[in-house]
Design a protein around this ligand. Structure first.
Ligand code: UT7
Length: 342
């Protein structure tokens, strides 16, 4: 895989914008059903101790069969709209980041538009667990250009639906949920201060669902071989993640003239406590400024950062005026970071 060598990439453009884009509200929705490490001990050859020591995860939420991505996306979106005091008909655009849409098509964003009663454009984007950062950054471009005033951004994933519950190397890691943010215009130089997005498709095979696309359609044979489930080289993804989160966050911070010392709250992708620790150390951000809830939800993919942001705000980690840094990594391989003035 190639090293990242673009210290001054496209994320520099914020300073040239006529107006800024800010997160006006954030909210989340998770299934009620809790699956603990002890529950998993009964299903696969694993232990609570192994899961805690290697990942920091203690429990996760799993959606019951009658629920799908749209249900959690809708709940999170309704809450975020209410908190921002924005009605659905004021939305100019809906962007949903997901790799577990309700259907291959139509887009979950369109289902959400209908369910909310919004009258605007809507599309899904897929950037693995980095999806929410890609979606938020995309939404901001529409606002900063003057094309949209109010955009709803959702990260939703039900990874339980594409997990092989007999594979101990993956099934202990993931959980289900959704998070949503309403983004609105603000003064230039406020709100989203800088961002960094990246990808390296050479690492695509390290984390993928092999079947279900045009290369390998779902067939009885593909299903019998478990090709419709997540296949991951955990060790390689781990090495990539440990390096990339800190690098990417550092790049985004430097693009707005800040360093780790300026950060009030660091909200990383909630995949693994050891990966979070590595980013925290690289940025020299003290533990008390790092928001962590991986112990309660596991890795919820595109939902992980907005769920964490919602809880970080509830618990006072994120407050008006705070400098907040989010960063993530995932399938693609992809990575991304954003620096927000809250
Ligand atoms: O959003 C992106 C999604 N992906 C990720 O975030 C994954 C990133 N990777 C990781 O978080 C870590 O690589 C894991 C948590 C997946 C694994 O931790 P590790 O320290 O890299 O363990 P390992 O893969 O090197 O496996 C160590 C041992 C192996 O046994 P042997 O070969 O040493 O005998 C595994 O078979 O642990 C074994 N193992 C388990 N043992 C008990 C793997 N999974 C389990 C398990 N319970 N659930």
């Amino acid at each position: 895989m190639s090293e990242v060598t673009q210290p001054n990439g496209p994320g520099v453009t914020q300073v040239q914008c006529v107006r800024g884009a800010r997160v006006a509200s954030v909210a989340s929705a998770v299934p009620a059903q809790i699956v603990t490490n002890q529950d998993l001990e009964k299903r696969v050859d694993t232990t609570d101790q192994w899961i805690r020591e290697r990942t920091g995860i203690e429990e996760r939420r799993i959606a019951p069969p009658e629920f799908s991505a749209i249900d959690f996306a809708h709940e999170a979106a309704e809450k975020a709209l209410a908190r921002a005091q924005v009605s659905a008909d004021q939305l100019d655009l809906i962007v949903v980041a997901t790799l577990t849409p309700d259907h291959p098509f139509p887009a979950t964003a369109c289902l959400l538009q209908n369910k909310l009663g919004a009258k605007c454009g809507a599309f899904d984007l897929e950037a693995g667990c980095t999806g929410f950062i890609y979606a938020l950054t995309t939404a901001a471009q529409f606002i900063q250009s003057g094309g949209c005033d109010t955009v709803l951004v959702v990260g939703v994933d039900l990874l339980s639906r594409i997990t092989d519950w007999k594979d101990r190397t993956t099934c202990v890691l993931f959980g289900d949920g959704a998070g949503a943010a309403v983004m609105t215009a603000c003064e230039p130089g406020d709100g989203l201060l800088a961002w960094d997005l990246g990808s390296d498709g050479a690492g695509g095979p390290l984390l993928m669902v092999p079947a279900g696309g045009s290369k390998l359609p779902i067939t009885a044979e593909a299903v019998a071989e478990g090709k419709h489930y997540i296949a991951m080289n955990g060790r390689e993804v781990f090495k990539f993640a440990v390096r990339i989160q800190g690098e990417s966050a550092e790049r985004a911070l430097s693009r707005c003239g800040l360093t780790g010392a300026d950060v009030d709250c660091f909200v990383p992708h909630q995949a693994n406590l050891r990966i979070i620790d590595a980013a925290m150390k690289r940025l020299s951000i003290p533990r008390e400024k790092v928001y962590v809830n991986v112990q309660r939800y596991g890795n919820t993919s595109g939902a992980s950062i907005p769920i964490a942001l919602d809880e970080a705000q509830d618990e006072g980690f994120v407050f008006p005026g705070a400098t907040v840094v989010c960063c993530g990594f995932g399938a693609g391989l992809t990575w991304g970071s954003c620096v927000l003035r809250w």
